[in-house]
Design a protein. Structure first.
Length: 681
């Protein structure tokens, strides 16, 4: 690939203060020394004093300054937990919460889960002894339900505030509110980038504590022409760096697990072919669903005379700091959830990143020494095609879940909730309508008994409704398995490049007539019958780790079902009840077969297609329900079941009118021949 160098990103001015730390020196440094070398360390006492003096403090500092790992420890050492209260620290990402907690436990020489712990959805690794608690922002949001004044905390840190996730944004309003009547609660808002002023004015002009950054210059390179295949371009660039550049680790930003696995395979293959002609290249992936022992590997020091390549999602943009990165490769994309309030549809899609993200990514290369960032797009594209900033999640995703939680907290007037940036009114209204149609709200907009039960589940309202509806349809046993399988957003099916045919055959063997939810149930049940065997997974091209996670999630869902007093019962021999229970939750996601070989969504007439992986891909029933939409080359429905339109009147009488569903026959459409499948779905 031909790159052109553009400019060099400035290192900051206070570079004189730092000493060059050679790699070997770094490795010798023990934990104490490492802690002392972090940019936040010289400010320890000033920071503690500022926190003592002010109830709310905004902390701003470059990624890697030690905000997340050090500040809670400083507070602990300064006695902020003496009264038996905890220090909480939220993270937008699951992996970050786990990994940072593990690191801090190590630094404090305690066992993870004792004094230092973490709590994420479906996994609580804390105990009575826990005083430093890392958690996802979503977890803290839920904690408000059981502890509305956060009484067990003395300090709450809303970390990575610049990420502006939906939960973080809502937490701003909630913690601001309680800080008024809990004067003893210290509130820290910590952020990597330039939003500090905005946070400060939101929190009634709270003071800003700036940790001066240490940044080395980073040379920026752009491609001369746009890259058609950025995965391939990544592989080529990695090898170019490896062959032509001095040692130093490489960080590559990809959009998700599948891309990372593909890139990993291609790269491994090419490296193998180059044989001993090149130095050792260690390839390490990092993404949300990667098991934690594998995640920990990215932090292990690189062996001498070798180079580490980390293939990461944008979790490595600011949430995780990996030392010794000298080269960054940035294809310029990220996966994003987008909600269209006109059509009410939410789609996961790969989108170009913002300039702010691109600069964060480049910055990862200049933390320990001058670095280089290779952007796989043109300088023109950077200037003209990228937005300045990423739009906060609250302004682009479905608010159903957030609204249900706020209602459950007794916050009724959402239009006047204290938002940092308010969501579009139509999105709020749509969420209210959706909750009404699901039976969670009455026509005054108040939470119903059903809504209260739905709020018990840490899942989106549609899934909560499906779980609750399984009571009526006497299939809770099956539905909890299906919900657990759907919640494992990592891949269930394993598809190695050299065994694609075998893997696809194995997958087809699990297929069930009426659709994918039932196929997933089939996978789960067969695995359970095998006594949860690893060998069984291996033989059937199933990812054991994903299944193990599904089993954990299932167990928790079973507990939650007991909390809302639903017995776990089975006994359905026909799948109709199961599909009706699913429809009770997901009646928004219905599409009808139309002329021309594709589907149209019922309410908005949007063209959608069945994903080629689906059991129904060849079948094309007249009415289908989908779990999610994914946009690749087209709008694809993923996880699809066949339904009967008359069920919609039974499960969602407020939402559907008989007229819309006139054609309620259940006969299959003639198979379309010569229909070409999408290329890269
Ligand atoms: P910030 O929150 O300001 O971005 P952090 O506190 O996350 O900074 O990081 C400070 C240092 O701790 C970094 O040098 C980083 O490499 C190190 N670190 C963080 N997590 C881990 C981990 N799991 N293993 C090893 N080092 C880690
Ligand atoms: Mg951090």
């Amino acid at each position: 690939i031909a790159f052109v160098q553009a400019l060099t990103m400035d290192g900051s001015k206070d570079n004189e203060a730092k000493k060059e730390i050679s790699e070997t020196e770094r490795k010798k440094m023990d934990i104490e020394e490492t802690k002392r070398s972090l940019p936040v360390f010289p400010f320890r006492d000033d920071l503690i004093r500022a926190i003592q003096d002010h109830q709310v403090l905004i902390i701003e500092g470059e990624t890697g300054s030690g905000k997340t790992t050090q500040v809670p420890q400083y507070l602990y050492e300064a006695g902020f937990t003496k009264d038996g209260k905890k220090i909480g620290c939220t993270q937008p990402r699951r992996v970050a919460a786990m990994s940072v907690a593990a690191r801090v436990a190590e630094e404090m020489k305690v066992k993870l889960g004792n004094e230092v712990g973490y709590s994420i959805r479906f996994e609580d690794c804390t105990s009575e002894r826990t005083v430093l608690k890392y958690m996802t922002d979503g977890t803290l949001h839920r904690e408000f339900l059981s502890e509305p004044d956060l009484a067990s905390y003395s300090v709450m840190i809303i970390d990575e505030a610049h990420e502006r996730t939906l939960h973080t944004d809502i937490l701003f309003g909630l913690v601001k509110d309680i800080s008024r009547f809990r004067k003893d609660l210290k509130l820290l808002i910590s952020s990597a980038t330039l939003d500090a002023e905005k946070f400060s004015s939101f929190f009634d002009d709270a003071p800003i504590f700036r940790i001066p950054g240490r940044r080395y210059p980073v040379d920026l390179y752009y491609t001369k022409a746009p890259e058609a295949d950025y995965i391939d371009a990544c592989v080529v660039s990695i090898l170019q760096i490896h062959v032509t550049q001095p040692l130093g680790d490489v960080l590559v930003f990809l959009t998700g697990q599948e891309e990372i696995e593909t890139c990993h395979e291609i790269l491994t293959d090419r490296v193998k072919r180059l044989g001993s002609k090149i130095k050792e290249l260690l390839i390490l992936p990092i993404y949300a669903n990667l098991p934690s022992d594998m995640q920990a590997k990215i932090f292990e020091p690189t062996p001498p005379n070798a180079r580490k390549v980390i293939l990461a999602t944008n979790i490595a943009e600011t949430s995780l700091t990996i030392d010794n990165i000298i080269y960054v490769i940035d294809p310029g994309f990220a996966k994003q959830n987008n909600f269209n309030s006109r059509t009410g549809m939410e789609t996961l899609m790969v989108v170009p990143i913002s300039k702010a993200s691109a600069n964060q990514r480049a910055g990862r290369a200049g933390r320990v020494a001058p670095g280089k960032c290779f952007r796989l797009y043109t300088a023109w594209a950077y200037q003209h095609e990228l937005e300045e900033n990423t739009v906060p999640e609250i302004q682009r995703i479905n608010l159903g879940n957030a609204v249900l939680m706020l209602k459950a907290l007794g916050i009724n007037d959402l239009l006047h909730f204290d938002f940092l940036d308010p969501p579009p009114t139509e999105t709020l209204v749509l969420a209210l309508e959706q909750l009404y149609a699901l039976g969670a709200l009455n026509h005054h907009g108040e939470l119903t008994k059903m809504g209260r039960r739905m709020a018990e589940f840490p899942v989106d309202p549609m899934m909560a409704k499906m779980l609750l509806a399984s009571e009526k349809y006497k299939c809770s046993e099956e539905i909890v398995s299906i919900a657990a399988m759907l919640s494992v957003n990592g891949a269930i099916f394993y598809r190695p490049k050299d065994k694609i045919i075998h893997a696809d055959t194995a997958r087809k063997n699990f297929n069930q007539n009426h659709g994918d939810h039932l196929s997933l149930l089939n996978v789960y049940n067969q695995w359970a019958e095998s006594d949860y065997s690893t060998q069984w997974c291996y033989e059937n091209f199933i990812q054991y780790r994903s299944m193990k996670r599904a089993r954990d999630v299932r167990e928790q869902l079973v507990n939650l079902m007991q909390r809302v007093e639903i017995d776990i019962v089975s006994g359905v021999t026909e799948s109709i009840n199961i599909r009706k229970a699913i429809t009770s939750g997901y009646f928004y996601h219905i599409a009808k077969f139309s002329k021309g070989g594709h589907y149209k969504t019922v309410k908005h007439n949007q063209t959608v297609m069945i994903h080629p992986n689906s059991a129904l891909f060849e079948d094309l029933p007249r009415w289908v329900l989908y779990h999610e939409l994914v946009f690749t080359t087209k709008e694809f429905m993923r996880q699809v079941i066949e339904i009967e339109s008359k069920w919609l009147l039974e499960v969602a009488p407020h939402y559907y009118k008989a007229k819309e569903l006139e054609d309620s026959t259940n006969k299959k459409m003639p198979k379309v021949v010569g229909r070409s499948g999408p290329s890269d779905a």
